[in-house]
Design a protein around this ligand. Structure first.
Ligand SMILES: Cc1ncc(COP(=O)(O)O)c(C=O)c1O
Length: 397
């Protein structure tokens, strides 16, 4: 058999993606002030950022980063087990563990990396990892990397999760779910999943990337919002690129499991530790999350305003009460057309297409932020009323 040329292969794959209107293009953000962004030379109002609480540009957070960088330099100088674990990391880990009532916390470089690390180090061949079908890609990839059997149950279907756990009684089991689903904005039925996990001797692992800071008392996320804690949800992952406005992820759990990840997870051990200054900035974010409840109240009122307005316009809203408000449009072409029509009117909302979402479920993933005003939300609704009408011009991407 003749050897394939990689460039032929990628050209064919790209042509196939182009035919499906599935090409992806990066937009260049030249400047940002809150939700106002300068993108490819145009001033737009963004409704697709994950900076839900508006902390990414908060003076305290930026000052903490600058000050720590001035003292310690930028890079961490090595992987955590060599020279990269810094006092700033340790202080942030202690504060996170204390805030959420877990015995131990571990700071990792990103949410994606953290999910690979957790599942790869805790599971092995002969184990089972049961997951919601709409879990984030990194949970799925982590289970694949672990060698455990991956079983995916229909979205939010607790009984199916139970059946899948019951069908494999040997080996260890992790039941893993997003707290808030990243492309749908709805919440996992955590109380019921906790019961199932307990009954089946499985460990419940929640990735609360989109719930932490936003939901629950004190912003403690989906787990606290469901009235649960470390007993019911032994493993909790909190990516910091959303409401914390930074970068990295914190794993929380019992000493033994988190310690095992710290000592054995390849994505943790063989990667440079995050910048100490980022950990310092995340400590400042944590103080604001805990101390400024008005941010959550404002966000909730913007979400309610958007939902009222969208319902009045007859827009196809999803069952989401979080800042993620997807507008399901179906085909890729339709999602791209509506996104382009919004952009003409000054709004940046990315069209999300497969494989990020299932086939035929392309959508606009609208996200709200404390950086928006009520007038901004009303403006978006007025633009949507126009943009969702049938298109007058063909779309280009
Ligand atoms: C649920 C969920 N987990 C993990 C991640 C990945 O986190 P990070 O961006 O820090 O890699 C994301 C999105 O980015 C997410 O939505």
């Amino acid at each position: 058999m003749a050897r394939q040329r990689l460039s032929d292969r990628v050209a064919a794959a790209r042509a196939e993606r182009a035919a499906r209107l599935a090409l992806r293009r990066r937009r260049e953000v030249e400047a940002r002030e809150g939700a106002r962004v300068l993108v490819d030379g145009r001033q737009l109002l963004s409704f697709c950022s994950n900076d839900y609480l508006g902390l990414g540009q908060h003076l305290d957070v930026v000052a903490a980063l600058q000050e720590a960088a001035a003292w310690h330099g930028l890079g961490s100088t090595g992987s955590p087990a060599v020279s990269g674990h810094h006092g700033e990391h340790a202080a942030f880990e202690r504060e996170m563990a204390q805030w959420l009532g877990y015995p131990r916390a571990l700071l990792l470089g990103s949410g994606y990396l953290a999910n690979l690390a957790v599942l790869q180090s805790l599971l092995r061949e002969g184990d089972v990892c049961v997951q919601d079908k709409l879990n984030h890609a990194c949970l799925i990839d982590g289970a694949r990397l672990s060698g455990a059997e991956l079983k995916r149950y229909p979205h939010l279907d607790v009984e199916a999760a139970l059946r899948q756990l019951m069908s494999r009684r040997d080996g260890a089991a992790i039941l893993a779910t997003d707290g808030v689903f990243s492309m749908d904005g709805d919440s996992a039925p955590l109380a019921d999943l906790a019961l199932v996990a307990r009954a089946q001797g499985a460990t419940l692992f929640v990735d609360d990337a989109h719930g932490i800071g936003v939901l629950g008392p004190d912003g403690r996320g989906s787990v606290a919002a469901a009235g649960l804690g470390p007993r019911e949800v032994p493993l909790l992952l909190l990516p910091l690129g959303k409401a914390f406005g930074g970068q990295g992820a914190v794993l929380l759990g019992p000493e033994d499991l988190v310690g095992h990840v710290a000592e054995t997870a390849r994505p943790y051990l063989y990667s440079t530790a995050p910048a100490p200054a980022m950990a310092a900035a995340m400590r400042a974010s944590l103080r604001l999350i805990r101390g400024q409840a008005w941010r959550r109240a404002k966000l909730a009122s913007l979400v309610a305003r958007f939902r009222r307005g969208a319902a009045a316009l007859g827009l196809p809203l999803q069952e989401s009460f979080t800042p993620i408000q997807p507008l399901l449009l179906g085909e890729n072409r339709r999602a791209l057309e509506v996104a382009a029509a919004l952009e003409e009117r000054g709004y940046l909302v990315a069209a999300i297409r497969p494989p990020t979402v299932p086939e035929g479920q392309a959508r606009l993933r609208i996200t709200l932020s404390v950086d928006h005003s009520e007038a901004d939300v009303d403006g978006l609704l007025a633009a949507l009323a126009e943009a969702v009408k049938p298109p007058t011009r063909p779309v280009t991407i």
